[in-house]
Design a binder for this molecule. Structure first.
Ligand SMILES: [Zn+2]
Length: 497
């Protein structure tokens, strides 16, 4: 998308009181995913074509560009044949300098092997061809000091070292932590507590440390040593074979269980409203839940005795737990916290499982362990490591018992509903407060999603409508403060039709 079209579109959004887009990349990605081609067409997307899959006799990548151009496709006029890495470097620097003048935004160059035969030999790992590399421009950097290095234990037991920094501004936001990824990365950087470092943000939320400025060392810096036990539970830890990560092996590690449960209840997975990290911690500590399946056996009566739980909030939580028992297959797979399987991979796995006839949890219990490593690996975007991880997950009896427990506690896989036709709520965010007379909260949310809209839980400037039912909560006052449009249940129905 050209800068000009991007600015024009945002002006239009502003005029119509709609939320602004953050950058052309977001719009482009969002526009391609539209189900209504008219909306996609209205976004003025453009593209350069880079590759031919058919053999038209091309021997080099340069020829690919030429053939495409002769065929009438738009090709990138800014390409250059580099004879060595110095020339690649020079081209990179040249492009970085001139990028502000270009009619569209770009964040780097792509270096391609200029020999079709070598391309074939090099092959592809996962989604990335070995003969093609993105070479990005510098992201914004800042200099600060490492105050401490702490360890975080993730839901699959991965132990990640994190640097605690003296707060510093990077790309407009205050940064006080940077990931050090793993033990090898600390060694590679030779990062020590007390070191002055350069941090860089490159799209991710948590920035990276790119360099230690060793000239500024005073001699008081402390080397970091990886412990030989889990920093949270004291359990045995092990470095993955062939990998870089240390993992806590204790199945009952509090940190692992806690992170897993927070993830399990999150939007990507079971989407259980009112069940945030603090309540999960409380539920584990009081012994009410040990795993995700336990959540579904909780009743309002179990919750009420807990600290800070009034009758109303206990009822609300019990109600939303009940409403979350139906789940679509990709979300269920995401919720299982299988190492290496995130929400995107779960989509591919769900597609595959559906083709295998998996419709219920019973089907999954039966079919899952029968799938071979090779079959897992044949799923698009799944490499040998994730295939192995899936294979061993389904071979582990405890995991199968967990699936059984989910089923016994009332969890059911439901058919995915796909938004279709016109999507009048596209780009709009709704929030609900109070009780509705004719719909449950869950049904109302589903209606919004089916019309292409989003449902959020907390009021922000991005909220478009607050739907107000009976006995509304604090959200109503917040909405008024932020001048968010509020509508009644009836007005909400009018929007639906
Ligand atoms: Zn542990």
């Amino acid at each position: 998308m050209r800068k000009f079209d991007f600015e024009k579109l945002n002006k239009k959004q502003e005029k119509n009181g709609l939320p602004l887009f953050a950058n052309p990349r977001n719009i482009a990605a969002g526009s391609i995913r539209q189900l209504d081609p008219k909306i996609t067409a209205s976004r003025k997307l453009d593209c350069f074509v880079f590759e031919i899959l058919t053999d038209l006799g091309q021997k080099t990548h340069q020829e690919v560009h030429k053939i495409l151009k002769d065929l009438g496709f738009k090709t990138d006029p800014e390409t250059k044949l580099a004879k060595n890495l110095e020339e690649v470097e020079a081209f990179h620097q040249y492009q970085e300098k001139k990028r502000n003048m270009a009619p569209f935004w770009y964040d780097g160059i792509v270096v391609v092997v200029n020999d079709v035969n070598l391309e074939k030999q090099a092959g592809v790992v996962g989604k990335s061809p070995r003969w093609m590399r993105a070479y990005k421009f510098q992201a914004e950097q800042a200099t600060t000091k490492i105050k401490d290095i702490i360890l975080q234990v993730g839901r699959t037991g991965t132990i990640t070292p994190v640097a605690i920094l003296e707060p510093v501004m990077v790309m407009g936001s205050k940064v006080s932590r940077a990931t050090l990824h793993n033990e090898d990365e600390i060694k590679r950087l030779d990062a020590r507590i007390g070191d002055t470092v350069i941090v860089q943000k490159s799209g991710d939320v948590i920035p990276d440390i790119v360099k230690v400025i060793k000239e500024l060392r005073t001699g008081k810096e402390k080397k970091f040593k990886m412990p030989n036990k889990c920093p949270v539970c004291g359990g045995e830890i092990k470095r993955e074979k062939g990998g870089v990560a240390w993992r806590c092996l204790n199945k009952n590690c509090f940190a692992k269980n806690y992170q897993k449960l927070v993830y399990f209840a999150s939007k990507k997975c079971f989407d259980i409203e009112h069940l945030g990290p603090k309540i999960i911690e409380q539920l584990i500590q009081s012994g009410l839940i040990k795993d995700g399946a336990d959540i579904f056996s909780l009743t309002a009566g179990d919750l009420e005795p807990l600290e800070r739980f009034a009758e109303k909030s206990a009822n609300n939580l019990a109600e939303s737990i009940k409403n979350s028992k139906k789940i679509i297959l990709p979300c269920l797979i995401t919720a299982l916290s299988i190492p290496g399987v995130g929400e995107e991979t779960a989509q591919d796995i769900a597609k595959f499982l559906k083709k295998q006839g998996v419709k219920t949890i019973d089907d999954l219990i039966k079919k899952g362990p029968e799938i071979s490593k090779e079959e897992w690996q044949n799923i698009p975007n799944i490499g040998p490591v994730v295939a192995m991880s899936l294979f061993s997950w389904f071979k582990d009896k405890e995991n199968i018992l967990f699936l059984k427990k989910l089923k016994e506690n009332g969890v059911k896989i439901e058919e995915e509903k796909i938004p279709q036709g016109k999507l009048p709520f596209l780009g709009l965010t709704f929030i609900f407060t109070g009780e509705m007379k004719n719909l449950t909260r869950q049904e109302a949310k589903e209606k919004v999603r089916l019309l292409g809209g989003n449902v959020s839980e907390s009021i922000s400037r991005k909220t478009n409508y607050l739907v107000v039912g009976e006995n509304p909560g604090e959200k109503l006052a917040q909405a008024k403060k932020l001048k968010i449009k509020t509508i009644s249940e009836q007005e909400f129905f009018d929007l639906l039709t």
